[in-house]
Ligand binder design. Sequence first.
Ligand code: HEC
Length: 705
Amino acid sequence: MLVRSGLLFTTLIFFAACNSQIKDTNGNVAAVDSARLIDADNEPGNWMSHGRTYSEQRFSPLQQIDENNVKNLGLAWYFDLQTQRGIEATSIVVDGVMYVTSAWSIVHALDAQSGAPLWSFDPEVAKSKAEHACCDVVNRGVAVWQGKVFLGALDGRLIALDAKTGSVNWSVATLDPTLPYTITGAPRVVKDKVLIGNGGAEYGVRGYISAYNVTDGSLAWRFYTVPGNPAQGFENAAMAMAAQTWNGRWWELGGGGGTVWDSMAYDPALDLLYFGVGNGTPWNQELRSPGGGDNLFLSSIVAVKPDTGEYVWHYQTTPGETWDYTATQHMILADMKIEGELRQVLMQAPKNGFFYVLDRTNGELLSAQPFIDLNWATHVDMTTGRPVEVAAARYLEAPYVVFPSYLGGHNWQPMSFNPETGLVYIPVLDFPANYGQPEAFRYVPGSANTGTDGIVGSLPDNQAERDAMRALMQGRLLAWDPVAQQEAWRVEQRGPWNGGTLTTAGNLVFQGAAHGQFVAFSADSGKDLWHFPTQTGVVAAPITYEINGQQYVSVNVGWGGAFALVFGEFVQSESLPNVSRVLTFKLGADATLPPVNWQRRVHFNPPPLTADKNILHKGYAAYQDRCMGCHGLNAVSGLLVPDLRGSSYLWDEREWDRVVMQGSLSERGMPAMGAYIDSDESEAIRAYVTQQAHRGATLATQHSK
Ligand code: HEC
């Protein structure tokens, strides 16, 4: 016993010394491999993969920082990420080095103890690629493995960097660059393969996940999530099975969708890789697969063999999805006692608002309960494993206000599971969206093709009605008991779109918020224990690590993402603009942030409004289809891209045309829209935005009286 603890002690000293040299014992950097990752709990000082462990629990056994002393947490260092769009990355920390990504897929390696930069790598993604990034030009982080850092760049390249220097080791195109795919998700590495999916189902693509060999980037396998044109045959039996669940000619409408844009998990004992599949293209099932059908594997959790990509099982959360209800949300693996029996489970709280507990050996549904008040289904039938829908929610006959919205009851912001409290901490969104059949649907290659209408509706002129809409926009931190399938506690927040969560053995949950606070709660009760003002909205998830006996908590801050782009009206009243940074904390530290000087008021100076009602209606419709995704609902921007109501271009037809139709600002992220709209529509949009500017100016004066 004595000998063993003595040995352990020497080992600890030894590792501590190595940590300060930012290398492992052999002088290797980022020397993560299967053995280390499977035994990640033996070295809790590191955060070696996206969800810390393959189970993606985002729970840390570190407990130097706990519920009693967390009040002494202070800023140790910060690092400016030098971009101004959404920051969604989870950092990786291995042997004293932090690897973090910013908007536009830029990677930085930092000394995790001091924040000193070691190297950075900019893949120089063409800014015009923003046109296919539905939900901001974000990146959720890298994977590291045996001296390499793997990055999925927004334009679809998978790039292997030398972890010591940041130089490119290999780079492959994971997708056809002529199609509107993007990559925003973090790769994972299982054995000798790096796994990466893609996004783009809003625009029209066929989803898949690919595995590349870590050494040279050669393609090992690819699994499509939806079938292609049956006339061309199927890649495998899973696709033949999936094709039975589709109608119509979906492959001509962009390819069906089903992108694998975020979550994965791996069980080394079962040797199963799990991934979540996204929504359909278009969202509206009646257009995508007329007459219905389940449309496999949309909105499903799929298990495959990681060596070959061979299908093993699937569970579909939303058969025949028609609301953008992706099942790409974070999945957590855990072993827990359910009805007296120890079960190997997979948990997910996807967009559709139900919390699912599956048996991860075979995909059997163990339980499902709503974690928000949803109204598209009454419950999940435990015999069939299917949701029992409210028929009208399919909006076939009439528009329907559906809870939750297309951003879901929970989106990509990672949840976490604390085995000591037995609770899952979910960053919940709670607001509805109105869905209806479009007046006419035309598939426009490369552009947004949701096939829904009425989603948006115009903002009421009347302040009381606007306030009522505002009151619907809710968000909370929810502690959920996955065994009892019920709420343990909740903290209501000022609105939706708050950060991902981290939980620790110090009985803590850490989460950043949209209104610019980084907060520590007690994990068992939700008591608010500590705050730090971040100067910007936080959406990414924190991590924790230890170097030389000192525990750190780190979070990447910087407002952004889909909600930030679209819900401008809400954002302008509640949120803080983007300041993109890494903030790292330790006990007793007292560093401060430099003062910020952001501009959030729109200066209205519109030209006179001369357009008639028909033109304004046409402008409204074209704006909501083609501009809203970036410039915000009703032309109110969410502080990431210009608020067009304040634009001087409104005064000048020719300059407007140059920007909008010809793409004179495309190298700054404003796409040339001439491929998707004609000059009449562009002019109608100018008129509509002018009208919105007059309305905004009137409301602003009423408000200041
Ligand atoms: C993919 C996101 C995206 C879409 C879609 C988009 N824009 Fe933009 N737009 C931007 C960004 C980013 C900028 C800021 C570019 C810069 O930094 O100069 C911008 C700038 C502009 C400007 C210049 C504003 C100013 O005062 O500087 C105008 C005008 C404009 N957009 C109009 C439109 C219209 C009209 C549409 C729809 C037909 C549209 N945009 C669609 C991202 C987008």
